[in-house]
Design a protein around this ligand. Structure first.
Ligand SMILES: [Zn+2]
Length: 378
């Protein structure tokens, strides 16, 4: 469809770039981009893509806006707290550019729906969930769709682009999930402006892919360190043995994965509710058989922890597993129950038969057992 007079005026500074021009702007208008996760990375990515005139923007998010999101998720304002993110984001993007259409997908991506949702889009993966990142990577390889991935952690981030037939995929770079080593933002903290840089890089890549200008970030992992203000890049190549894009792929359909954890068998994990843990701690006999291991970061541990708990951050657990006393059941604790489940997986791999974890984490403990226990509500 040709550009209207209003569009010619709105995109004037694009049209003045001979490399992009009217042809590039029309390609943007006809393009469909889906942003998976309307969060820290998704905010700048979606805002810039809407402003740039991407004709159809999809937004996938099942969450609601919380006060603690506003430090970095610039799509939302204070009045949006409590609203569904995909809906609130849709309104904001249409207010910015009423020439485009925005499709809100208020859902969680899973093996059953991922192919249908992503079909027909260029995909920006901005999720903080590792299982979703692999799910989306695999779906893009299977569908033959371009994918721009980015991730952030504390003060650092990285980005890469997958183009079908042109280069390696995310799984070529990270064949297996190292869940827990990369904790999610809610748990680890993140500098608010950091996703602004990485999300904008993702939007840049999407615009380049759509308009065919420049050199995409294919076969290179770009890294950004905000504290040092340093960009670096690491070349990597396609792996012939990649499980999804290799010569003999074993992944031929989206994988159904254990929520928030990798492929370890977690069937032997004792999942303790807060009241079950309280009862065990109250009985001398069973208390002696337990050792409480808090796997959060030391700063979080110092702020609050359960009496008698020891601190071994999940990222250090694999090499410090020898510190766990023999003959005791380790009960892993974290803020929400996610890192503690990862800790269980690591413990099982290290030969500990039946570790335990506090389901729902210390947040659930505070809600159900001890209202005076102060744990930061991310
Ligand atoms: Zn691959």
């Amino acid at each position: 469809m040709p550009l209207s007079a209003a569009e010619l005026s709105r995109y004037h500074r694009h049209l003045s770039l001979p490399e992009l021009g009217r042809d590039g702007q029309e390609r943007l208008k006809n393009a469909r981009v889906v942003v998976i996760g309307a969060g820290g990375l998704g905010s700048p990515a979606a805002l810039y893509l809407a402003a740039a005139g991407v004709g159809t923007l999809g937004l996938v998010d099942f969450d609601r806006v919380e006060l603690s999101n506003l430090q970095r998720q610039v799509l939302f304002d204070t009045a949006a707290i409590g609203r569904a993110k995909a809906e609130a984001a849709r309104e904001r993007l249409l207010a910015l550019n009423p020439e485009i259409s925005v499709v809100a997908h208020t859902l969680t991506l899973d093996a059953g729906n991922v192919l249908d949702v992503l079909r027909g889009y260029v995909v920006l993966d901005v999720t903080d969930r590792l299982t979703t990142r692999y799910l989306v990577n695999d779906a893009c390889v299977l569908l033959g769709k371009p994918l721009v991935s980015a991730a952030i952690h504390r003060f650092e981030g990285h980005a890469m682009t997958y183009l079908p037939g042109r280069g390696p995929c995310y799984r070529c770079l990270f064949p297996e999930a190292e869940e827990g080593v990369v904790a999610s933002c809610a748990e680890a903290g993140v500098l608010g402006v950091l996703p602004g840089v990485l999300g904008t890089i993702q939007a840049t890549e999407a615009i380049k892919i759509i308009t065919g200008i420049g050199e995409p970030l294919v076969g290179r992992l770009a890294t950004y360190d905000a504290l040092e203000l340093r960009f670096a890049e690491f070349p990597f190549t396609r792996r012939a043995d990649c499980a999804v894009c290799g010569e003999h792929p074993t992944i031929t359909a989206p994988l159904r994965t254990v929520a928030s954890c990798d492929t370890a068998d977690l069937s032997s994990v004792h999942r303790l509710t807060p009241s079950a843990l309280r009862d065990r701690l109250a009985s001398d006999g069973s208390r002696a058989a337990l050792v409480l291991i808090d796997v959060r970061d030391p700063q979080e541990f110092d702020t609050c922890h359960l009496e008698g708990a020891r601190n071994i951050p999940v990222a250090e657990l694999a090499r410090r597993v020898g510190e766990l006393p023999d003959g005791c059941t380790p009960v892993f604790l974290c803020r929400s129950g996610r890192r503690s489940l990862t800790a269980c997986a690591l413990a099982i791999r290290a030969g500990i038969g039946a570790p335990a974890h506090l389901e729902g984490g210390l947040l659930a403990w505070a809600a159900e057992v001890d209202p005076t226990f102060e744990v930061a509500r991310g």
